[in-house]
Ligand binder design. Structure first.
Ligand code: SF4
Length: 228
């Protein structure tokens, strides 16, 4: 969809009362903002008259959505030179309105963006760590393969981030290392994770076999198409 790209001077002068689905860009960042609503003229210099609005279909609003709104606000700030101080999330079946103060959230997003910039500036991509959202991600096959090659602890989906960090602090980074620490009587939790890892790895090998079969089938189909 073609998105409108408002000019910085129009954002600064708050020319429009409502801007729907603008594409805001600043430096190396861009945000597909859902809407900007003009509020009363701010009393403090450097503050924006626009309030970013985000629409979320869910009833429960997690921190993730608040940070997305703060990212909209951060890019608007950088594009216009004026910082939005308040934002709104409209969510759920009843279109519940959640008003948020943005200063602390924007600061948090700035730190996250800084970390992302540092990661992107490295020549080698970071190693993937599997999370619960991987099943919805287009890179799942690639990441699972890399994680399996590394035998990374994130293969154990029953292991929380905190548990994994604790094991890493003890120098345990792989499923094999974890299995060596296993003593059934003394550590029933580790036994539980080890059992899940075996199930997980066997599922993974089935998944990879299926994936390679479908890839072969695709190659064969493409060959047939080009020949016909
Ligand atoms: S599949 Fe890879 S890129 Fe996608 S969420 Fe998981 S780790 Fe991240």
């Amino acid at each position: 969809m073609l998105r409108w790209h408002p000019r910085p001077e129009d954002l600064r002068s708050a020319k429009y009362p409502l801007i729907l689905q603008p594409l805001i860009t600043a430096e190396d960042a861009e945000s597909h903002v859902h809407a900007l609503e003009r509020r009363e003229v701010p009393t403090q210099k450097g503050h924006s008259a626009y309030m970013p609005i985000r629409f979320v279909p869910f009833e429960k609003i997690s921190k993730h959505y608040k940070l997305m709104l703060a990212f909209d606000a951060l890019v608007l700030w950088k594009a216009s030179g004026q910082m939005p101080t308040k934002g709104t999330i409209i969510h759920g079946l009843q279109h519940t309105i959640l008003g948020l103060r943005l200063d602390t959230l924007i600061h948090e997003v700035q730190l996250l963006v800084g970390k992302l910039r540092a990661l992107l500036s490295e020549s080698i991509p970071p190693d993937p760590v599997l999370i619960k959202h991987c099943s919805e991600c287009e890179f799942e096959t690639y990441c699972r393969k890399r994680v399996a090659e590394k035998d990374d602890l994130s293969l154990l989906d029953s292991l929380s981030v905190t548990e994994r960090a604790k094991l890493n602090a003890k120098g345990i980074f792989t499923v094999t290392q974890l299995a060596y620490t296993f003593r059934r009587a003394a550590a029933p939790n580790v036994w539980h994770h080890a059992k899940r890892s075996i199930t997980m790895l066997s599922r993974l090998s089935q998944f990879e076999t299926k994936d390679s079969h479908s890839r072969e089938a695709r190659v064969s189909n493409q060959g047939n198409t080009s020949l016909s």
